[in-house]
Structure formats: structure tokens, C-alpha cells
Design a protein around this ligand. Sequence first.
Ligand code: F6P
Length: 550
Amino acid sequence: MFGLNKEINKTRAWKHLEKYASKIRKVEMRDMFEKDPKRAEKYSINLENMLVDFSKNRIDEKAFIYLQALAKQAKVQKKIEQMFSGEKINITENRAVLHIALRNLDNTPIYVDGKDVMPEINRVLAKIKDFSEDVRLGKFKGYTGKKLTNIVNIGIGGSDLGPKMAVEALQRYMPKDMKCYFISNIDGTACAEVLNKLDPETTLFIVCSKTFTTIETLTNAKTCRKWLVDALGEHATSKHFVAVSTNPKEVASFGIDVENMFEFWDFVGGRYSMWSAIGLIIAIAVGYDNFEKMLAGANEMDKHFHSAPLDKNIPVVLALLSIWYNNFFGIRNHVVVPYDQYLTYLPAYLQQQIMESNGKNVDLNNEFIKYQTSPVIFGGAGTDVQHSFFQMIHQGTSFVPCDFIIPAISHNEIGEHHEILLANILAQSEALMKGKTVKEAAEELKAAGKSSEEIKKLKKYKSFKGNRPSNTIIFKKIDPHALGMLVAMYEHKTFVEGIIWNINSFDQMGVELGKQMALRILPELQGNKDIANHDSSTKALIEIIKRLRK
Ligand code: F6P
């Protein structure tokens, strides 16, 4: 059995944490820092060129030990082992979960149903290498003999967000004459606005879909195919369309030669697939060597996750802290703020990775869950977001745990830009932790020459409760290796949270109902089908839309 034999919220470890949380709520982090000059050192983990400082969290030694006890209670280490050894831990779909095999550059065998998956993975990696190099060197040309310099990824969810985030993050490694585009939304605007910018003769479409049945992707691919065929004729498609999928049958029936298909496997979840051929656009954009460096970074994190003890294990510690606030402080949100423009799409990518994985309400024992699972993830690049939702982060009625991600060195060291950026992030985490008492605010106002009436009027508005937790994750530079480490870190953090919540982080049945209903509504919108079976709101909305579209 993969599920826990006791509900996690009924265990001793959970009860201890509940009790201890009510105690620690009264403790201020600024006092903890004052009392313990070694706090930062104690609560930091170093790995290669990466440092995770989690000292600005509302924990002390006891809380940290209780959190580790919870991990032990949930058998975190055993379950990590099960994942790495290819057990079918995705129990609802009866699948192994092996994104780690995609970056297993040591090539140690990993067995699923008695078969080593590595030879197939290596075969596809070699195909990605050859094809990406041929496109970059102009050896694989378009139908009319021109170099393919516009690369369009058509996919959605896991077949879009990972590659889009990584291509944006690593754009400094792209050749100047290449441009990458992403079409995901079924909204015709997404297709139209990309196609308007393109020349069919120099455009390569990569249709990415694990299932090759996703309506958005197939509709967008069909529109793009027609656009190409209208311009260059049917014969041109084999030079301008490739597919990435686990489903050769559907790829062929769509009209893409399976020779032009890059395969992956059902042991790779969509949102964990950027390391597979779904990352083809990354390899084309930044070159296979850099793609491999990204895999190596992820592999480095995998090894750390697999072997480090709980208290020194970055993904485990981050997961425990997230659970600490989520389940013992009643906090519903988590914010991710990369202080790097190139990581702009990281929060969007993590929204799928975390919430599609852990937004679940049935546990591994087939029971409805009575405790909170995934928090709401949001975020954006700093310093931009300091001027939007940070007001709430600093002075909202409850706190929002933050992850701050910083490269010590920028790809664009222009004047003072990066130092100002770095000063800002450090100021944010310190301000959140320390806050400013009403008394301190009053003193500041006094020093600024305000009258006692003004001080009385303003001091509370100018105060900050503080004691707001954050993790600071520093890299030397966001290069392909660092990006691999960062993304794998979050993948494993998500997995550990799922283990403790006793859920399957690797299915996504919650997205099905809306899809089914859309298929039912489509013919009702298009024709005169009876709409009587809907509730009065949906019925009225269908009617008004039909009227407006006449
Ligand atoms: O939205 C649900 C989902 O199944 C995601 O998990 C997946 O990443 C996305 O749709 C796209 O699926 P596919 O790659 O099969 O087109």
C-alpha cells in the first residue's frame, strides 16, 4: 500500500506541531535572531553555487525537530526511494513517476515492469541532439531551402509552461537570428497574433501534447497547418511540423509523419516533462549542450534530494516549512518572487506544477481529506511586484510566506542596476522579518519633525507587524545548470508536500469535469441543440452569447 496507514492529522507528530505552533505564534523572529547569532548558519543549506537561507522562518530547534518527525511519520524517505526505483507511485493511473530518469546522466538502470527505461530515454535524447543541432546549423531546412529561424511551440499546460519558462530564462544563450513563440490558448488571438509575425518558409512548428488529444493544442495545430499548407502546399508539412507525444497513433492520424515525432512515456507527467522531448524547443533555442547542462543541474538536485538527511535536504525542508504555515498557521497562500527578469514565467510554471499536483481532496487511501492541501501560488518578478501586491505582503491582515530567488551576478551587469536590485530583495526579506513597531514608527515620525498630532494620526499606518517568513534562494548566476537545479528543487518540494498530505501528486483529474462540460456546451452554442438541461445561469449565458454572436 502506498498510502499512510493512519490519517496524518491524527498522528502524534501532527498533534505536537499543532500544540507547538500555538506557542511559537507568540515568538518574534527578530528576537530569535537577537538571541542566536548563529541562526542564519544553522538554518541554511549550501549546494554547489546555490544557497538556501531559511532562517527567516517562524521556527526554532524544537519546531524543526517536530517537522522532521512529521516527515518521518509520513515515511518521506521511503517514498523518495520508491519514486527513484520506478515503483508505480501514481496509483490512480498505475504509473511510475520518473522525470528523474530523464536527467539520469550517469545512466544507472531504472526499471519499470522489469525493463530498464534508460536506453529509450538515451535514444530520444540523441534524436533531440541531432535534430536541434541540424536546425541550428541550418542543415534541416524548410521546404523552400531556407533556414528555420522561427520556432513555434504549440502545446498547453505542461506542454507549454515549462519550455516557455525555460526559453525565456535562458534567452541569453539563443542565437541572434532565432525567435521562439508559444501558442497555447484556444483563443484564436493567440494563434493569429503569432502567425501574423511569421514567414512560413522560415517557421518550424513543434506540436507538443502528451496525449495528442488536447482540444486546444489540436485546434491550434490544425490552424497553423492550414496556414502553412495555404502558403507552401501539402508537401511542405514534413519540413515544418514535428510532434512530441506519447501517442504515435494520434500523431499519425493528425497528419504528422511519425518519423518526425519525438517520443516520451507515460511515466513522465505533463507538468514534469520539460526534461523530455517536450523540451525540444529549449534544445533548439539554447543548443543541446546547454540543454544537457540544465539536465545536469536537475540531476544534481535529484542526487541531493535522494541522499541528503531530512534536516539538510533542501526540497524536504522547503516542503516542511510550507506545511508548517499551511496546516498549523492556517495560511492559504505562498508567493514566489524571482529577482531576475529572465525568470518572469517561473511563477506561472509553478502554479501548474504545485497546484495541479497538490490541489487534491482525496487521499491515497481513497478517503476525503479533512485538512488543507495545496496553498494558492502566485508571484512575479521583483522589483515590479514590490509595486503591486507587496502592500498586502507587508501590511495585510495575515502573512504570506515568500520565496525570494536571486542571482548574485546578472547576465546584464549595467551600471548599478543589479546592485540596486540586490539591495531591494535583501531589504524586503529583512523588512518582512523585522517589521516596524508602532513605537518605532512614532520615533521615526518624530525624528522627521512631525507634530505630535501628526504622529498620533500616522503611527499605526506607518507600522509593520513583521514576523513574516521568507526563504532566500541564491544562485551565482541563472545559467542552464542553475535553472535545472531550481526547477528540480520545486518538483521535489511538491512531491514531499504530497507525501505528507498523503495524496497522489501525479494525476490531475480535477481538470476533467470542465473539459467534459465544454464538449457538451460546444454544439449547443454552435447549433439549435436543446439547452434545457442547464441551470438557469448557464442557460441564460448561452442564450445571450448566441444572441450577441448573431
Ligand atoms: O490541463 C490538464 C492537462 O492534462 C495537463 O496536466 C497537461 O499538462 C495539459 O493538460 C496538456 O496535456 P497534453 O500534453 O496531453 O496535451
